[in-house]
Design a protein. Structure first.
Length: 562
């Protein structure tokens, strides 16, 4: 070998070797027993940032940092001594100062009677960066950049395993009715609001807190060093204050309500159990209203478990179809004798618990989304029953969730067509609060129903945000006076004044008015004197099962015919 470190031998042989090395796309080095570079190719020069002559005249220290020299020379010596191939992965600095992930493969070869180490570097930087990106995506939310549910579980496990505080706390934060905002303003605005809230939540977190996005509109804050339950409650209140500040979005400033469920860890508790308890608390908080929080306790867990069990039973009841029934309460005209309509009311005869009142299972159906198939089932049963009495109106309630369900008008009209009922016989009852949540799509669907002949009834009028604009906006056909005003007729001047006002509005706008909850003749006389001409209540009939209701209506028809 020449002292310069270049390969001896014939010119043709050396040129051939260099040509072979230049043809290889990976950086290649030939290193002798003195750790001197004997040959390098163009790919190596590109990686290292100097030409071939430079490297063949400089020691390895010019390429490797001091921290790597010792390991590199040891591995080089091992290959020379044993003759065994070696493969390692390491990070080196490129000539641009950026780190490169490379796989280094070494093999002992004999050239011109001298043992050399053929070293080939494979740049796997793109692969490792892609893997890092995949790992990041696996544990981070793509929209907000926050850790996701999987990352939160790992963080919970870490904090619970090595905690120093007495009660690490997990807060689950739900954006109240975010779906309505998303539907009203579009997904671009919704995504912008989610990012804005994520930034605000991360900015409000303390140094030891961990923030994550665990679902579409659900976030989490882990208080790793929460001292006690009182501190967790204070944090809940502090976070609720975030809802008082509007967020910027493409649609302008929007305020978001929050609901929070919080659970504090107990000794020996695992991550899954702490998360489950926080979910229990959040479930309960969501039954309340915006800007509320609940702390987990055992009584709450029992209550939520009972609700979930009832939800599962209701789901099964819808499939089986033999526990649910529809009852019908007649609506009577001013004479007190002529039936002008019935209201369909769902009933549930639970096989173990007996008759479950609607006030107990309707909120569960709404919270779980079961209200949509349940509502369709009630409408189908009621239409099948009342198509036999075409001169009597059928009133069916619609919840806000049903109103927002896709193709409501199409499903309603399909049920009517299947049973042969004329749309004019059907009355759909909606509440004032449901009106406030309606967007353009809902209004258009109701307009199509009304154009087909279906009547719209404003239920519980006077208890919400009563407004003439509601009556005008949807072209309401009828309003129903809430039974709370009827009940207080004899004792409350305010109740009488409200009823007179509602009746006056109805007369002025040509809208029919029905009074609910009429239980005695005194109430009926008051209402009739005020100008009310339709009544519904126990004075005339309780809600009747389908068979009894059919008998009641047939007897009424016979009296009318006589």
């Amino acid at each position: 070998m020449a002292q310069s470190g270049q390969i001896e031998g014939g010119a043709a042989g050396g040129a051939c070797l260099r040509a072979m090395l230049e043809a290889l796309p990976s950086p290649v080095m030939l290193i002798d027993g003195n750790d001197r570079l004997v040959e390098v190719n163009a790919a190596f020069c590109t990686l290292a940032g100097q030409d071939r002559d430079y490297w063949l005249s400089h020691p390895m220290e010019a390429y490797l940092p001091p921290a790597q020299i010792e390991r590199f020379t040891a591995e080089h010596a091992q290959v020379l001594a044993t003759g065994e191939d070696m493969e390692t992965e390491e990070t080196i600095d490129g000539h641009d100062g950026l780190p490169r992930h490379v796989v280094t493969r070494r093999r002992r070869i004999e050239l011109d009677g001298e043992a050399l180490v053929l070293t080939i570097l494979t740049d796997i930087t793109a692969l490792r960066n892609a893997e890092a990106r995949v790992r990041h995506l696996a544990f981070h939310d793509a929209l907000t950049g926050l850790p996701n549910r999987a990352a939160l579980h790992d963080q919970l496990t870490e904090v619970l395993a090595a905690r120093t505080a007495a009660h690490p706390a997990l807060l689950l934060i739900d954006l109240y009715q975010f779906k309505d905002i998303n539907d009203a303003f579009g997904e671009c605005t919704g995504d912008a609001l989610l990012r804005a809230f994520a930034n605000r939540l991360a900015g409000a977190a303390r140094g030891s807190d961990r923030v994550a996005r665990t679902g579409g509109d659900t976030f989490a804050l882990l208080m790793a060093d929460c001292s006690d339950v009182a501190a967790a409650e204070a944090e809940c209140r502090r976070l609720l204050a975030l809802a008082d500040l509007p967020l910027a979005s493409p649609a302008g400033e929007v305020s978001l309500g929050l609901t929070i469920g919080c659970a504090c860890a107990q000794p020996g508790m695992g991550a899954a159990e702490l998360h489950r308890r926080a979910e229990f608390a959040l479930y309960e908080a969501k039954q309340l209203s915006a800007n509320e929080f609940r702390l987990f306790d055992e009584a709450l867990a029992v209550e939520v478990q009972q609700r979930r069990a009832l939800e599962a039973d209701l789901r099964q009841a819808l499939v089986a179809g033999d526990q649910l029934d529809v009852h019908y309460q007649p609506v009577i005209d001013a004479s007190g004798h002529r039936v002008v309509g019935v209201e369909a009311l769902v009933r549930w005869q639970h096989p173990q618990q007996g008759m479950i009142p609607p006030a107990s299972f309707i909120p569960i159906a709404e919270a779980s989304g079961l209200i949509v198939p349940l509502g369709d089932w009630v409408l189908d049963r009621a239409v099948a029953m009342m198509v036999r009495f075409p001169e009597i109106a059928l009133a069916v309630n619609l919840s806000p969730i049903q109103l927002r369900s896709p193709d409501l008008d199409g499903r309603v009209l399909a049920i009517l067509a299947r049973h042969g009922m004329k749309p004019r016989q059907l009355q759909l009852e909606v509440t004032e609060s449901a009106m406030l949540a309606m967007d353009g799509g809902v209004e258009q669907g109701l307009a199509r129903l009304r154009a087909a002949g279906v009547q719209l009834v404003l239920d519980d009028f006077g208890t919400g945000y009563s407004s003439l604009s509601h009556l005008h906006k949807l072209a309401i056909d009828r309003v129903k006076i809430d039974q709370s005003f009827v009940r207080d007729l004899g004792s409350s001047q305010d109740a009488r004044a409200i009823i007179q006002a509602v009746l006056g509005i109805g007369q002025s706008l040509g809208i029919g008015v029905t009074a609910e909850g009429v239980e005695d003749e005194t109430q009926q006389l008051f209402l009739r004197a005020f100008g009310c001409h339709e009544f519904q209540g126990y004075l005339f009939s309780r809600p009747l099962p389908a068979g009894d209701a059919a008998t009641f209506l047939q007897a009424h028809a016979a009296r009318e015919a006589a």
